[in-house]
Design a protein around this ligand. Structure first.
Ligand SMILES: Cc1cc2nc3c(=O)[nH]c(=O)nc-3n(C[C@H](O)[C@H](O)[C@H](O)COP(=O)(O)OP(=O)(O)OC[C@H]3O[C@@H](n4cnc5c(N)ncnc54)[C@H](O)[C@@H]3O)c2cc1C
Length: 283
């Protein structure tokens, strides 16, 4: 609202300076020049704010594959002839606008759940509300406007240190994509928090990718109230799960409570804040 009212303020100030301002109202030439400057700024604002949206709508991607992953998640591969306009990295996210009645006006962010290639970009979506539920109804051939990829947490953050990847729920998506790009022998340690294994999307892919890199997947399963320790990220528990924890670089993604609990536990366990990367909580 504040953002939109700023535009209204600028428009009102324009007519005010032209008709009432003592500097401009008396001189026709200066009034025209003022109008041209205003129009120039308007064009720049429209280009900066809307050109990527217009471009994404004019050159949409095509739904190539839709696959149910768990009871409440679905993965969608986006490809087609315009995929070559996109380049991105594992760990990044895209914004997705389904070009259908009722959804075209809304764009939602989703992390890539596989490293992007020229064949396509995959997202995995949990059913939460109107837009995410609509992805379950996508069919092969549907058009989708995509902006991005955006985001700075890519596999480079590990910079040769042992990767510690912590995820909860559908927060596994960037973790799954990053694993694909880690070098052989990087020995990633993946901690997954869920109530049941069946709830973890791409669980088998995560296990296979981790094993191929000499790493390990550890699970913390069950409702929080039923866990042996109420805080699965307490420093003592983290040290028992992760040997040489302080030499790791951690990436955490998941619900707000999990993300902040993991950050607190990691810090108290002695991991330097510069070695902890959070995908800011989204849901
Ligand atoms: C960078 C980023 C990456 C994301 N990656 C994924 C992904 O890989 N897979 C996935 O399933 N989701 C992901 N999300 C979350 C996803 O964008 C939202 O769940 C989705 O936009 C919800 O839209 P909706 O219209 O379906 O639900 P809405 O009707 O908008 O919301 C449904 C419920 O979810 C809550 N909610 C929605 N969005 C958020 C939010 N951003 N933060 C906190 N609560 C929220 C609302 O309060 C409401 O209770 C990501 C979000 C961000 C910011």
């Amino acid at each position: 609202m504040l953002h939109l009212s700023a535009y209204v303020g600028v428009i009102i100030s324009y007519s005010h300076t032209i008709t009432l301002g003592s500097l401009l109202s008396g001189d026709r030439l200066i009034r025209y020049m003022w109008g041209i400057f205003f129009a120039y700024v308007l064009v720049l604002v429209v280009l900066a704010r809307w050109s990527s949206v217009i471009h994404a709508i004019r050159k949409p991607l095509t739904v190539v594959e839709v696959q149910r992953e768990t009871e409440d998640t679905v993965s969608v591969v986006l490809g087609g002839s315009h995929i070559t306009n996109y380049s991105g990295e594992a760990g990044q996210f895209i914004t997705v606008r389904m070009l259908k009645r009722g959804t075209w006006w809304k764009s939602n962010p989703y992390s890539l759940s596989a490293a992007p290639t020229t064949a396509g970009m995959r997202i995995t979506v949990k059913d939460r509300g109107d837009a995410s539920a609509a992805t379950f109804r996508l069919k092969r051939g549907d058009k989708v406007a995509v902006e991005g990829p955006y985001g700075i947490a890519t596999p480079d953050i590990f910079d040769g240190s042992r990767p510690l990847l912590i995820a909860g729920g559908v927060g596994v998506t960037p973790v799954r994509a990053m694993l694909e790009c880690l070098p052989k022998g990087s020995q990633p340690l993946v901690l997954l928090r869920a109530r049941k294994v069946d709830e973890i999307p791409h669980y088998k892919e995560i296990c296979d990718l981790t094993e191929a890199r000499g790493g390990e997947v550890r699970l913390v399963l069950g409702r929080t109230a039923q866990l042996k320790s109420r805080d699965p990220f307490a420093p003592k528990i983290l040290h028992s799960l992760v040997p040489n924890l302080t030499n790791c670089v951690a990436f955490v993604c998941g619900p707000t409570s999990l993300t902040f609990a993991a950050r607190k536990g990691l810090r108290e366990a002695g991991l330097a804040p510069s070695r902890i990367h959070l995908e800011l909580p989204w849901w």
